[in-house]
Write a new protein. Sequence first.
Lengths: 480, 767
Amino acid sequence: MTQQISFILDGRVHQLGFEPGSPYTPITTVLQYLRSLPNHKGVKEGCAEGDCGACTVVLAEPSADGKLNYKAVNSCLLFLPKLHGKQLITVENLQDAQGTLHPVQQYVADSNGAQCGFCTPGIVMSLFGHYKTDLSAEREEIEDTLSGNLCRCTGYQPIFDAALKALDERKEDRFSQEEQDVAAQLKTISQSGVRIETTTHYYSFPASLQEAFTEMEAHPGALLLSGATDVALKVTKQHQQLPEIIDLSLVPELKKIETTGDMLRIGGGVSVNEVLEAAQKPFPALYKIAKRFGSKQIRHLATVGGNLAGASPIGDLTPVLMALKARVRVMRAKEQRTMALDDFITGYRQTALQEGELLTHIEIPFLSEQIKIGAYKISKRRDLDIATVSAAFRLEFGAGKQISEANLVYGGMAAMTKHARQAEDFLQGKEWNRTHAEAAARLIRDEFEPISDARSGADFRRIVAGNLLIRFWADDAGTK
Amino acid sequence: MSSKTIHQSAYKHVSGASVYVDDIPVHNQLLHGYVLYSPHAHAAIRSLKTEKAANMPGVAAVLSAKDIPGINQMGPIVHDEPCLAEDEVHFVGQAICLIAAETEERARQAAATIEIDFEELPAVLSLKQAMAVQSLMGPERKIERGQVQQALKEAPLRLNGSFESGAQEHWYLETQTALCLPGEDREYMVYSSTQHPSETQAVVSEVLGIPRHAVTVEIRRMGGAFGGKETQANHVAAWAALLSNATRRPVKLRLFRDDDQIMTGKRHPFYIRYEVGFDEQGRILALDVEQNANGGSATDLSFAILERAMFHADNAYYIPNMRVIGRVWKTNLPSNTAFRGFGGPQGIVAMENIIDRIARQLSLDPLEVRRINFYDMYKRDTTHYGQKIKQNHLPAMYKQLTASADYFERRKLVEAFNTQHEFVKRGLACTPVKFGISFTTAFLNQAGALVHVYQDGTVQVNHGGTEMGQGLHTKMRQIAAAELGVDQDRILITPTNTSKVPNTSATAASTGSDLNGMAVKNAVDKLKFRMAYQVTEYFNQMDEQNYTLSKHIMFKNNKVFDATNPDRTISFEKAAQICYFNQIPLSATGFYKTPDIYFDRETGQGTPFHYFAYGMAVSEVEIDLLTGQHTLLRTDILHDVGDSVNPDLDIGQIQGAFVQGAGWCTMEECKWDESGHLLTHSPDTYKIPGIHDIPRDFRVQLLQKAPNEGTIRQSKAVGEPPFMHGLSVWFAIKDAISSIDGHKREPELGFPATNEAIVMAAKQFLD
Ligand SMILES: Cc1cc2nc3c(=O)[nH]c(=O)nc-3n(C[C@H](O)[C@H](O)[C@H](O)COP(=O)(O)OP(=O)(O)OC[C@H]3O[C@@H](n4cnc5c(N)ncnc54)[C@H](O)[C@@H]3O)c2cc1C
Ligand code: FES
Ligand code: FES
């Protein structure tokens, strides 16, 4: 058991305790920490809520093959303990010892990709994160990489041009040379048993499911977190203290993705980015929605478990997973139960989870050919925006052309993710054609009573909810 | 002039080494400032109890209006904006108390203990409500030419209507920040993220009740500003200074993003009514326009903004009989303020919609109606306020852009696409801009510079302009280097500082390079004159045979030489040393004022602008009628920057301004609830364009061979004019919707054209 966290920064292992008198607490964010240091002021705060990317840093962690995985993340959403066992790379670290700029820096500068420069460190770090993967340098991929970085000055075109050049000519950089050493160093940092207890806070990292349950029993009031993309806002926006935290992000059992016979099992701690990769082939609709989830940085942090357990009516994964008839496995010390996702979500930000229970994984049954699935997200901005309305559809066909079962699931239309029951009933036994789609769309518009808020008016929600079913029909029928 | 020069801070920006106000190292006596603001749109303050907060450990000061040693005012022109609310609050977000504490967290906790007893009062929360209750901010303004009523009556065709455009949040990446350090006696050093250091200095000195000479304001760079730091940065600086004054300690005040969005003003929403008369070809004969601006709770720059909207009510079109009436209305919202374009976009978008409506009524391509209404170079060349338009590039640009963007061919393709598609439609639009350059308050058109040459041949250049990303310092460095004939790396541009160049104007109205460039040149000219004289003497003493004339001395390639006798060449540093030993000052101030501009507000006539900048944009969009999502397929821009000092920086301004303008037109929406609370107070709900929202194909060209007369290196201002190109996106979306029934009916498309607005507008046609 250790009271301190260890991570690599500026080429050496830092140990950070949280002794009395320390300026840091376990809920200090990495952004606050870096900005308190004299030599890391390049990391900027633009919003403190994950929505601008100015605070982007890259975390490197050892992968199975002895190398490192590099991920761009929002340092404003990262509690300090989450650095444990990782290498933290900031914009100040990219130049080599001779002061030569990293290619991503060089190209951004030379293409005039920086005007006021305030967004630039974050942009550079997102591009660096991309540089260190084998993702392609296609337009879509670059836009994906920069989906979480706002720039108010340049109009992005010069940044895009710079990215294209830098990523197209990827070669070894100083990080490639140091990779093995850093990976080896990180391996020496114990991944287990970190527990930080200060006069004001308790923060622990269980290293197994078993340990997690023991912790939960010992600290019944503790807040669980995985990616903390939801939880961190309680601190950065609402200034709450969160005295007790159990961080599930180092529990290996929660991070597995497995294919077992007729289904895909995804651990509760799997990040949305990994879901996206796993879903691409078997579940294109889930892939499509995961691609529109937050930003690249958010997807690196956010987990399936956090998304479902958060039970937000505008959470992105719930509707599509409901349409896929996903089941949820929840567990406490010795018991476990599996339920349909429909039964797991019980109300506005409410779930069937009971005290002491965890969401360990979800199971998504593979689809037969008689099933059509579609999923849509309506948001004001394409990237990094919460859904105004989302919808996921599942139509099952029997032997004939008739729909044997319809599932039409909506987010953003009620206090919780909800089926359009009347329209579902209407479609049952009908043929899937334009007339029926339009008639069902009218029913959908009538059966919900959405609210007007900052994102849109109620009328738009109602209309577009119906339209989405027509869009599904049109996509399916190839009508443009 | 146009050798490739990247932004002078580019390498620092990409390596995180650029220093912004919040990055300045301060010793451990720093205190953190915090502002407690009004939770009500309009209320009387019955009582205010701050004792608990003041007694909390770690709290160094809690201030309210009664603690202000100077005057409780920060209105830049009209003194109607209290620094801290006294007995009444006028908008949600109005500052009431200031707190300085050891940490931000402690300051926030202290603020939570302050007890204020409010009595809520009725509030005016929208422009329409303000108009209904006649809540005028000041007298109405008028510009008139010809016989509008008569011409309207006689016009073969008429249309009337209204146009509403919304607020826009600046969303500079760096929120408002100031750091104040107390000095000896009552001197203060204020580092402020401000576009207008001299005014920041003035406001700080006024609230502290000390003379201006005791306050120095400095800014190296801002993390974006866009007009939002022209007056409202003063507030944050004044608050930091008050706390520093009360505690005698350094105080930093950095607004949290949500607070910044809640407390500061935005682009003025406008409600414009009009009646237009035209003939069968679409030629406009008469236009009567009434512009109403939502000023918010205080005057700020509202009348100057209104004035610019009125000057741009014609956009690029000659309108023989025209009347513009302008009013600013007072509401219980934060005082709206400068934002790139400064009223211009609001005036222009309404005019463009008038054109668009005329075209639809006549079943013409809107571009044709635009073309026949353009100002020309013969008779139709005087604006409604009497300024003659010289060097009109509109007709030439129209030819060049319609060809390079393949407008007419693509118009056919778009129509073909639309007949083949039911649920997705494409739209195409070309919009022009003519934008007047100068502060319309004539005396503001002045600038100063201070240039020092050192004996090693290096040079320091100071000028009154501020750097907010636009590359002003880069251009000033290029200009100084070119004028002095030395390499750019010899020139250092120092932070803008009120003790170096006093009494400056804001870096605003796109005038930064024009004014400061001339001032820098003026200082350099003085130095060169002195140096040339000394070098002449030097040459002639060395060798009395061939007499060198001072006027033949040239400065080039780090050398000073006699152009008629290249044997007589010395290095630039040698020239500096000669001056030094001859006891000649190597420091000079420069000054510039724009000549021949004036405007008579009584008659509404004059020549308020030094010149006009022109541009034109073509955008093509695809919209999904079912979901309202739009994709910007391609944008072509042709823009006039005269003879560019730095084409890359200018293109950067154009691209950035376009995307910001497109944001205003398509997704940026400020919403308030029924009690005046901003709903869109963070980037969670206030959406500015992201990388996916830019044109899939984005082509920007500068107009070539178009030197501007009488400006620095024959260049033109570029900051604001290209913002207007964003309008082409809104009109392209409208075109796409209008195609649903063959352009017969006028779509009622909201502004901005969000997915909601698009679906609602499409619904009119589909139901
Ligand atoms: C900038 C930004 C953008 C966002 N964009 C989107 C978006 O586009 N779509 C979307 O749906 N959401 C979005 N979110 C919300 C959030 O990222 C997601 O809901 C995310 O999936 C939460 O996962 P997490 O691991 O970060 O959850 P955490 O914050 O760690 O936890 C959230 C909740 O779930 C509980 N929890 C976590 N793991 C478990 C578990 N295994 N078992 C039981 N309970 C658990 C926690 O106790 C907590 O109550 C966004 C958030 C931010 C800050
Ligand atoms: S500060 Fe904006 S995303 Fe972190
Ligand atoms: S360069 Fe200013 S925000 Fe990107």
